[in-house]
Design a protein around this ligand. Structure first.
Ligand code: TRP
Length: 460
């Protein structure tokens, strides 16, 4: 009943206006997707999980789970045209189910806060590395020296704490002011520049002598090197890198004009994000092998391999500075997206001003982030469950919370929403609709559940 009523209603519009073009939407979602996840996180967890087999599983997760989940988030967002909590409540009711679906939106806000708490710390590292690059710290340095720079820096709770404070402070300031237009401009310039710089680095990496070793590490799957926890990490990374499972893409979808193809835009974003991640790995692993470094080195991988390469290149200090500036920018555009939903929620729900809300959320994230700051120095040996505080926050968010809420969002779109509503958003007659419907109904939920149960050892 409610569905028919909804279908005949005048088209819903967003309070905050709409994207100026299809390209603006794609750029905004790509800007949120491309970040530390592609350049810092993907190479290091691929390295920790043995390379090839992990990469293969990751790619399968991106296309078979990530893509349908992204389409589900966008279609829900565009149908509701509100913030994720309000949209889930509204559609839950409209589709004849329950307003309690709003808790899925709330879970996303919580996850965003937790992710940003450590994201800001790592982004702080990139700021510190801009400074080190400018001062030519890496010029002519050996692998051991670059490694020592990293260990000394992260070993100081003070230095890491200051960098984290700077980054979250800057993010808070910008969120408080609300600079959508500036953001669009930043992304327009940043994503192509980053791509160009990565290609330059790729050229260097190809001539480094160990390109073949890097290629075979990344693309010849050795399944004996992959555990179920590794498969879960691959799936978690697919969610993380595509900014899924927290309503962020849903919020962007709320401003999408009705005639834009959701499938087309999603495919463009997924491909752009994947290309940048693979490119980063293609740059990093040949350098790892050329310099006898350990591919499983962990969180420091990018911060050790790339400065080493820059240190040996002519004009390396310039490239290094440029690279870490761009990486900081990429992290910054993602951080704004990570903070936005919590701030928007406080503003709408508790009538806070944007500045008050940003300050409260920024302060909270800063405080939680101290746990990650200390994970690399003072509390380095304080380990429980999955390792340090950082390891646990990361595991909880990427491997549990994102897939769980991705599952709920997809089940909502593919099972709770009626076919009329979803085909109205996706274009029911198209083959992309049939593919989405199959993937979102069966493949993605089943894969998420099986991977999850396998990783916690439910099948023995
Ligand atoms: N995708 C971002 C990256 O790879 C991180 C991220 C996860 C994100 N969820 C998000 C960014 C939500 C913005 C909004 O670095």
């Amino acid at each position: 009943m409610l569905n028919e009523e909804a279908a005949t209603k005048a088209p819903r519009t967003s309070l905050h206006g709409h994207w100026s073009s299809r390209m603006a939407f794609i750029l905004a979602v790509t800007g949120s997707a491309v970040g530390l996840g592609n350049i810092w996180k993907f190479p290091y967890i691929a390295g920790e999980n043995g390379g090839g087999a992990f990469v293969l599983v990751y790619l399968l997760c991106v296309f078979l789970i990530g893509l349908p989940v992204m389409m589900s988030e966008i279609l829900i967002g565009r149908r509701g045209r509100r913030n994720p909590v309000a949209t889930m409540a509204l559609l839950g009711e409209e589709e004849g189910h329950s307003r309690r679906w709003r808790w899925v939106g709330a879970l996303g806000i919580l996850t965003g806060i937790l992710i940003l708490s450590y994201y800001s710390v790592i982004a702080g590292w990139t700021l510190a590395y801009v400074q080190k690059s400018v001062f030519g710290v890496f010029a002519g340095a050996t692998a051991a020296q670059v490694d020592a720079v990293f260990k000394n820096f992260t070993g100081s709770w003070f230095a890491v704490g200051i960098a984290h404070t700077l980054f979250i402070g800057f993010t808070t300031l910008v969120v408080a002011r609300g600079v959508e237009r500036g953001l669009e401009q930043a992304v327009k310039f940043m994503v192509p520049s980053l791509l160009l710089l990565m290609l330059t680095l790729l050229g260097y990496s190809i001539t480094s002598g160990s390109f073949a070793a890097g290629l075979s590490f990344l693309f010849s799957p050795d399944f004996s090197a992959l555990t179920w926890d590794g498969v879960l990490a691959a799936m978690g990374q697919a969610f993380f890198t595509l900014s899924l499972g927290m309503g962020a893409v849903m919020a962007y979808g709320a401003y999408l004009p009705k005639e834009t193809s959701i499938a087309g835009a999603s495919i463009a974003v997924v491909i752009a994000d994947t290309v940048i991640a693979i490119l980063a790995a293609l740059v990093i692993f040949p350098l790892v092998f050329a310099n006898n470094l350990d591919p499983a080195e962990g969180v420091g991988l990018v911060f050790v391999t790339l400065p080493l390469a820059f240190g040996q290149m002519p004009g390396g200090a310039v490239f290094a500075t440029l690279f870490f500036v761009l990486l900081a920018f990429a992290a910054w555009t993602s951080a704004l997206g990570l903070m936005e939903s919590a701030v928007a929620y406080l503003v709408e729900r508790f009538y806070r001003t944007r500045a008050q809300a940003a300050l409260m959320i920024g302060g909270l994230i800063w405080a939680i982030g101290l746990g990650t700051v200390l994970s690399f120095n003072v509390l380095m040996n304080f380990r429980f469950l999955k390792g340090t505080i950082y390891n646990n926050v990361d595991y909880l968010t990427s491997n549990i919370l994102l897939p769980a809420s991705g599952l709920l969002i997809t089940v909502f779109a593919a099972w709770v929403m009626c076919r009329n509503s979803t085909s109205d958003e996706l274009g029911g007659g198209r083959s992309s609709y049939r593919h989405w419907h199959f993937l979102a109904r069966f493949v993605a939920p089943a894969a998420i559940i099986v991977i999850f149960l396998q990783a916690v050892g439910a099948f023995g």
